[in-house]
Write a protein that binds this ligand. Structure first.
Ligand SMILES: Nc1ncnc2c1ncn2[C@@H]1O[C@H](COP(=O)(O)OP(=O)(O)OP(=O)(O)O)[C@@H](O)[C@H]1O
Length: 261
């Protein structure tokens, strides 16, 4: 039986866990042929459970390096990153969404999600379908990545990240390869999902409008430090052409340019 034929056999998406992120005295250097390059040092950030935080910075400021350390892909040179569930436990699942969706081309949408649950016999095809439903792909369970648009492929990437019920969702410029209309749709959908599922989101972007649309808080990284940390005062939903939006965008852009290149 095809996965589509079984789509009525729904399972509920469970979610109860937004975790805190504690970045403590974090520093990173790289050894290069020109010597030791310090990317940042002594960074301290506490991120509230369930909040949506955007990390901005100029090219080369260290955004991806920081996200890779938070993801445990890179070792910090100094300091640590701690995660904390709301019951105080520290065993937190991380979900990752990358700039490109990194789907396996020989797997269908459902199989691309089931693949990350290979060792979990309780995760069934119906679970994968439910996660695809969440991102609006109910009509595409059995399609292969090449049969999907770029936006649909990224939706599968988001569904795959959510399928592990992560306490923290780490997103590295996930919409930057998409056309603006598709990106706008995916931002709206991400906000709906974030509000529905109660996740902590740590989102890297170089796009100020995107950061203001999405986040509760904007962190700006540059010259080795977090040089600006702005609470987003705007109520949701946010209209990008409203006076309040444009006023805060102006303030945020001034903060962004408050350090030298
Ligand atoms: N593996 C590495 N070895 C040496 N240097 C590195 C390595 N990875 C990153 N860097 C350096 O660290 C600095 C920060 O890079 P990073 O990719 O984190 O910046 P970024 O803010 O994400 O940039 P962009 O917006 O262009 O993606 C850069 O100077 C980069 O050259």
């Amino acid at each position: 039986m095809s996965s589509q034929a079984r789509s009525d056999d729904r399972v509920a998406v469970e979610s109860e866990n937004a975790a805190a992120i504690h970045i403590e005295n974090l520093g990173k250097t790289f050894d290069t042929s020109e010597g030791v390059e310090e990317v940042f040092s002594d960074i301290n950030i506490d991120i509230e459970p369930g909040s949506f935080v955007c990390l901005l910075g100029k090219s080369g400021s260290g955004k991806s390096t920081m996200l890779n350390i938070v993801s445990d892909v890179l070792e910090p040179t100094e300091g640590q990153v701690r995660f904390e569930n709301q019951d105080g436990s520290t065993d937190v699942t991380l979900g990752h969404v990358f700039q490109s969706p990194r789907l396996l081309p020989w797997n269908t949408c459902v199989n691309n999600i089931e693949y990350v649950h290979e060792n979990n016999p309780d995760y069934t095809e119906q679970h994968a379908q439910t996660h695809l439903d969440l991102v609006g792909l109910s009509e595409h369970y059995d399609k292969y990545p090449t049969q999907l648009s770029g936006g649909q492929q990224q939706r599968v990437g988001i569904a795959r990240a959510l399928s592990t019920d992560p306490g923290v969702l780490l997103m590295d410029e996930p919409f930057s390869n998409l056309d603006e209309i598709t990106a706008e749709t995916l931002r709206d959908e991400l906000l709906d999902i974030w509000q529905q599922l109660n996740k902590t989101v740590f989102f890297v972007t170089h796009d100020m409008t995107e950061a203001i649309q999405l986040s509760d808080r904007l962190l700006m990284l540059g010259q080795g430090e977090i040089y600006a940390d702005l609470e987003n005062p705007l109520e949701r939903p946010r209209e990008v052409d409203s006076d309040e939006f444009l006023k805060f965008r102006g303030e945020a852009i001034r903060a962004f340019h408050s350090i030298e290149d």
